[in-house]
Design a protein around this ligand. Structure first.
Ligand code: CDP
Ligand code: CDP
Length: 221
């Protein structure tokens, strides 16, 4: 079975997807981490993320791998562990531009489908239900108020020690801006698939969201 989980930034996609994958013994695929890794590769190579041609030219030199780890899956870029580095403000500010490029999307979509061909997957992102796995048996579109999403990400950053000087107001603005770019790009924008079930997680605990997701899976399976 293929389970697609899409939605805007910090809606809880990866948290819920990881728990579901673990319970079902499926492979969890964090597609956002892939776009973040390409963005980090550009920044490391001192390429302007807004320079589409330069990012396209870099793509053949970008190798992304996932390895099991605790508490989270580890992300590798060209053999180097970048699990935390891809979560920085700098990457977040530039990732939507990089993710809008046709060559980048084709390369990442191919990689994502290859993983899904060989495994039962829970895949989270923006275009999984619409583009990457349109045949997925289960599609969930997770949303929450922007206020709650910003608060969640703020708490998470403080706990992990990532960009701790970024204020809640700045984070709210950055999330809104990224959602705008992701929803308005030309190729595979963030959009609920017609056959996806929308789940509003505002005010819900992680356990409550998991419970609702499991009943959606049970209904669709
Ligand atoms: O975790 P968070 O919601 O902040 O973002 P993410 O899932 O790590 O995704 C980072 C960025 O990658 C998004 O803002 C999109 O620009 C891009 N992305 C995409 O275009 N398509 C996907 N399937 C997943 C992510
Ligand atoms: O993957 P996405 O960007 O959609 O969100 P996430 O990274 O899974 O979740 C962002 C933060 O919200 C994490 O720190 C979660 O623990 C927290 N959270 C949640 O995911 N779901 C709730 N119902 C409440 C909080």
């Amino acid at each position: 079975m293929q389970i697609a989980i899409d939605g805007p930034a910090s809606a809880g996609k990866s948290t819920i997807a990881k728990i579901l994958a673990n319970d079902l013994d499926y492979v969890y695929v964090d597609t956002g981490a892939m776009y973040r890794a390409v963005t980090l590769a550009a920044l490391k190579a001192e390429i302007d993320p807004n320079d589409e041609q330069a990012v396209d030219d870099l793509l053949p030199q970008v190798e992304i791998d996932f390895k099991p780890g605790t508490p989270a899956q580890l992300v590798f870029l060209n053999g180097q562990e970048v699990t935390e580095a891809i979560r920085s403000d700098e990457v977040a500010r530039n990732v939507s531009a990089v993710a809008s490029y046709a060559a980048v999307r084709t390369a990442m979509t191919d990689l994502q489908r290859k993983i899904a061909d060989n495994n039962g997957v829970v895949m989270d992102g923006r275009d999984i239900g619409t583009t990457v796995l349109p045949q997925a048996e289960v599609k969930i579109f997770l949303i929450a108020s922007v206020k709650e999403r910003a608060e969640r990400r703020y708490k998470e950053n403080q706990a992990k020690g990532i960009d701790t000087t970024t204020t809640l107001a700045e984070l709210t603005e950055a999330i809104e801006h990224r959602d705008y770019l992701d929803s308005h790009r030309e190729i595979s924008p963030l959009k609920k698939a017609d056959d996806a079930v929308e789940l509003d997680t505002t005010g819900l605990s992680i356990d409550e969201v998991v419970e609702r997701a499991k009943s959606i899976i049970a209904e669709r399976a």
